[in-house]
Design a protein around this ligand. Structure first.
Ligand SMILES: Cc1cc2nc3c(=O)[nH]c(=O)nc-3n(C[C@H](O)[C@H](O)[C@H](O)COP(=O)(O)O)c2cc1C
Length: 155
């Protein structure tokens, strides 16, 4: 199985979570590429069996969406049914609350494009609420949770 993780980040915490997830995937003996979402093109999906979207929580603590608009636009631009035979996942980080909403919304967006096997991944505390101040990094305990998710994702 070969997995693509696309990530969106302003202050680097989602990349920390992405790298830990990728490490878990590699440790399980599976292949993975990570890609900043602005470099993603839907045509790339044909090279992969599975797809994980990593996004910080934006307004998930105060709305029922929580996904940065840029990420939403990219996922909405995927061709219809393009994910129908792909295992999919979502991970997030948040400063205090709402990341679970982000992970759920990522799933809704992927399911709209035909995903039938969406796996909700971890959410960890990092950063500063409603701000692009860097704030605290993802803790080593939480990095371990992403790693475990990555390994289980490819089982
Ligand atoms: C526009 C915006 C909205 C945010 N909304 C929330 C929120 O609803 N709940 C929360 O806990 N953190 C919120 N945050 C904080 C980020 O989720 C947090 O800082 C995260 O670690 C940033 O990830 P990044 O370093 O990958 O950009 C928000 C940040 C921004 C910039």
């Amino acid at each position: 199985m070969k997995t693509l993780i696309v990530y969106y980040t302003k202050t680097g915490h989602t990349l920390e979570a992405t790298k830990a997830t990728a490490k878990g995937i590699k440790d399980a003996g599976s292949e993975v590429d990570i890609l900043e979402i602005t470099k993603f093109e839907p045509a790339l999906l044909k090279n992969y069996d599975s797809f994980i979207v990593a996004a910080p929580c934006w307004d998930g603590g105060i709305t029922d969406n929580g996904v940065p608009k840029y990420v939403t636009r990219v996922l909405e631009s995927l061709p219809e049914y393009s994910l129908h035979d792909m295992r999919c996942g979502g991970i997030s980080v948040h400063a205090s609350k709402g990341g679970d909403t982000t992970v759920k919304t990522i799933g809704d967006l992927l399911n709209e494009k035909g995903a039938t096997d969406y796996r909700e991944g971890p959410v960890a505390i990092a950063g500063t609420p409603l701000s692009v101040d860097k704030g605290q990094s993802v803790s080593s305990e939480d990095l371990e949770r992403y790693k475990i998710f990555g390994s289980r994702f490819v089982e």
